[in-house]
Write a protein that binds this ligand. Sequence first.
Ligand SMILES: Cc1ncc(COP(=O)(O)O)c(C=O)c1O
Length: 403
Amino acid sequence: MSSEQHHDMSKMQMNTKCVHFGYNPSEHHHAANPPIYLSSTFEFDTAEACADAFCGKPQPGQCNIYSRLTNPTTNILELRLAAIESAEAAVATASGIGAIASTFWTFLKAGSVLIASNRVYGCTYALLAHQLTRFGVNVQFVDMTDLKAVAELLNKFETVDMVYTESIQNPTNDVVDLEEISKLAHAKKARFVVDNTFATPISCNPLKFGADLVIHSATKYLIGGIFTAGAVMGSADDICKIRFIGIKDCTGAVIDAALSFAMIQGIETLHLRVKCMSDNARQLAEFLEKHPKVEKVVATALPSHPQKDLVAKYLSIPNGLFSVYVKGGIKECQAMMNKFQLAYRAVSLGKTHTLVNHPASMTHSTYTQQEREKYGIADNLVRISVGCEDAIDIINDFKQALE
Ligand SMILES: Cc1ncc(COP(=O)(O)O)c(C=O)c1O
């Protein structure tokens, strides 16, 4: 592919961007796969070129200093990540929590006010509730699906530094009204940060609805559940700050070049896996919704989802993960989980294998029982991340597990 042909890539559709964006074989000895630059440091032609690079004005071909800052393989990945989230720029990280912590370290300080959703991934909650607060950040939790409550909380403060949510909340699978929350956040001049892990860039691009930064636990759908990695996408200015303050100086949550290569490979099939998981999730959710041992199912694929309008507005395809409320409590959930023969009893999501998690005793055990009750994380909730197996086999596994 010539350089001119590659230049046109920004006009291509999402699926094409997933496969090609950011990599031009003609610039890399025509290798069909990007090379892995396993080098911690980079050599300069002259001392002046070193100085220029350190001033942020690198000479042509002399822009890499050290792999904690930039790396040529990671650079290909970051171009692709930015393209699929419709962002100006992206920075890849060693994990999703690395991406979240690096973002917090960059933009918050002692005395900052951070308003966060009360239903988020358990370790994000621990970081917000127990760690950031140790450094003097005023963290306030709110139900992000309650616009009135969010507005009231924001109005209690003269300035708010950040509003943080997941686009589809963990583990309840409810959808946040991103456009409305972004208006409320911006009225207070707060940065609006959205973890888009559950939705994936294939289904939703929060930046188009007013988010300032989008975060991914790339461990999940982007890589396909094989390795741990993360990413942040947003304006070139914000991403530069996260790279040079949050990651370089604070967390060091830097991604390795081999891992960047793995994520590039993962993104090449992202659109296929997301569609397959979405379709399988719909079939399994339809089956479970009618099952006598199931109290209710909250799945964006089902017409019964309590926020049908928001699902239609924000998700181009339903997500492949959903919540099932089993009749009974922890005992009944565990009885079902112990019988799985195909699905894995495991945390995480977006993997090709179907994964079943009991949030109250697993991912969300970082919340106290009281907090879970207050925020609607029920004991009888089971979170299912549907994989790429055949839907018939997944349904049969659930059928026998519920017998
Ligand atoms: C929604 C969400 N965000 C962030 C994370 C943290 O990502 P990682 O495990 O890659 O650090 C997770 C992990 O499960 C998650 O589910």
